[in-house]
Ligand binder design. Structure first.
Ligand code: NDP
Length: 336
């Protein structure tokens, strides 16, 4: 539902009609097959009404999960601050219908306590995040990346402490490799705060999780939410005709480089042809390809406008693949 700056928002009464919800590992929590990430396009420096409209579109279509991190911006904290403003304006009546996550683990503030995985950093960072968002608790708090120097027992102890304080309902890990994740799960289990979910990068062009992480998560009853499922926009048809001015690679080259896009164009062209044969856009096929594996709890997409989200949501209409189609896709993905 489109609103003007003055109008208040009422969520669509049809919001639960089409979304599929999947169980997060062996927990009690269901997550939508598609979740929305606020890494790009949601900061205080981005267009407020556009961000608001994307969030409305997401929730109106059953995307009950919004994912943030302390450092999403720029500036750091900007996405949480902006999300807090939108939450206050539009979503407070729906708080109990939402799963809001945030994270700490990367560089956030100067000095030795604003990065990595100490108890000092995690506890203070979550306090700051809650203030920025105007929340009493988050639903999921993640350790954003492994810290090679802090004892895992300390980091996991901090996650357990945060849940016991009532500041998070569940905890998760992100970017941990299988072996380290497994050790973390064991510690958390002993502490009585089982790990809910792991958030790795996973898309057709980046498949490291298939080596052993997905199996480890499955064995331990931990859910998986795949980030950058469109490889930041590469796995769409947008770059097939050049580099649009409003695309991430042109607007914000921090994490996505022109060379990276250019080197994938041949494979993208071939994948796009298969998507069209399936009656899907490439973005839809890239999402469906992840959701065909029921170990994937949710696919965590980004969007720079609400029309992209509406396009991506249609992936849910077709997440089945013929064996021959999967084989054709494999051949394209394995060719370098
Ligand atoms: P995606 O791979 O989904 O890329 C999103 C971008 O793709 C959009 O900004 C847009 O690019 C383009 N796009 C999206 N939908 C479409 C569509 N239907 N058609 C055409 N183009 C489309 O995800 P992100 O890389 O944004 O990551 C998603 C989320 O994952 C983040 O917001 C964050 O929550 C999480 N994340 C977690 C990390 C971690 O370390 N745990 C690291 C990175 C992300 P454009 O702007 O060019 O229009």
């Amino acid at each position: 539902m489109k609103t003007t700056p003055q109008q208040s928002y009422t969520a669509s009464s049809k919001r639960y009609d089409n979304m599929q919800y999947r169980r997060t590992g062996k927990s009690g929590l269901l997550l939508p097959a598609l979740s929305l990430g606020l890494w790009h396009n949601f900061s205080t420096t981005d267009n407020f009404e556009n961000a608001r409209e994307i969030l409305h579109t997401a929730f109106d279509n059953g995307m009950t999960h919004f994912d943030l991190a302390n450092n999403y911006g720029p500036p750091y904290g900007g996405a949480e601050t902006n999300f807090g403003a939108i939450l206050k304006k539009d979503f407070l009546p729906y708080r109990d219908e939402l799963i809001i996550s945030t994270k700490a683990g990367y560089d956030m503030w100067p000095g030795p306590y604003g990065n990595y995985g100490s108890r000092k950093y995690l506890v203070s960072s979550l306090d700051q995040s809650l203030k920025r968002m105007g929340l009493e608790y988050v639903d999921i708090f993640y350790h954003h990346r492994p810290d090679p120097e802090t004892p895992l027992e300390e980091t996991m102890g901090a996650l357990d402490h945060i849940v016991r304080q009532g500041k998070a309902l569940y905890v998760g890990l992100s970017n941990y490799r299988a072996e380290e994740a497994k050790r973390a799960f064991e510690i958390l289990k002993k502490l009585g705060t089982p790990c809910l979910i792991h958030q790795p990068r996973y898309n057709m062009l980046d498949r490291w999780v298939e080596d052993d992480l997905l199996a480890t998560l499955d064995e331990n009853g931990v859910g998986a939410i795949a980030f950058s499922p469109l490889k930041q926009g590469i796995l769409t048809d947008k770059y097939l005709k050049g580099f649009p001015k409003d695309s991430r690679v042109v607007k914000d080259g921090r994490y996505l480089k022109v060379d990276q896009v250019a080197s994938e164009l041949e494979r993208i062209k071939q994948l796009n042809a298969i998507a069209l044969e399936r009656g899907q856009t490439l973005a839809q096929m890239a999402i469906s390809w992840l959701l065909k594996d029921d170990r994937i709890t949710s696919v965590l997409v980004g969007a720079s406008r609400s029309s992209q989200l509406l396009d991506s949501l249609k992936a849910l209409n077709n997440i089945r693949f013929e064996k021959e189609t999967l084989e054709k896709i494999e051949m394209i993905l394995k060719a370098s």
